[in-house]
Design a protein around this ligand. Structure first.
Ligand code: HEM
Length: 128
């Protein structure tokens, strides 16, 4: 039986779409030396997988993030990193280009960018 309500996750193509988004995003992050330096050099795959699980869960997909990592508490999890307004901007620019590469419907594209903008602003925890 079809589910009564389709989630955002399902509407945009489910797991393959989110995998593509993350592969594109992390290839862009690696090209930004200052941002790339914040990530665990020996665990890019792990970092990609954690963000993938989180995004999938946030947009209505499987709950694997909470199952493996616990409650998201993103602000707290970003405390070890110096998230300045400028670096949050670099992160958001990378993600917005990756979202654009998915070629989503206008509304879905807007919803994702809007979330990224709000989340990045919320995660800022340091001055320059
Ligand atoms: C939409 C905005 C963002 C979301 C949803 C997000 C989400 C996440 C998640 C879910 C993790 C994994 C946490 C864990 O389970 O341990 C993570 C890790 C991390 N984030 Fe973010 N983040 C965002 C923005 C940023 C920004 C703006 C920066 C830096 C400028 C940043 C830097 C990092 C770093 C360095 C890690 C550690 C990588 C790892 O080992 O998982 N994030 N982020």
């Amino acid at each position: 039986m079809q589910p009564a309500v389709e989630t955002f996750y399902e509407r945009v193509g489910g797991h393959p779409t989110f995998r593509r988004l993350m592969a594109d995003f992390f290839s862009r992050v690696r090209e930004q030396p200052e941002l790339a330096a914040m990530y665990p050099a020996d665990d890019w795959e792990g970092a990609e997988n954690r963000l993938l699980m989180f995004f999938e869960q946030y947009w209505g997909g499987p709950m694997a993030y909470s199952g493996t990592r616990g409650a998201p508490m993103l602000k707290m999890r970003h405390m070890p990193f110096k998230v300045t307004e400028r670096m949050a901007g670099v992160w958001a620019d990378c993600m917005n280009l990756s979202i654009a590469s998915l070629d989503l419907d206008e509304v879905d594209d807007f919803l994702m960018r809007d979330y990224v903008e709000r989340a990045c602003r919320y995660l800022i925890n340091a001055d320059e």
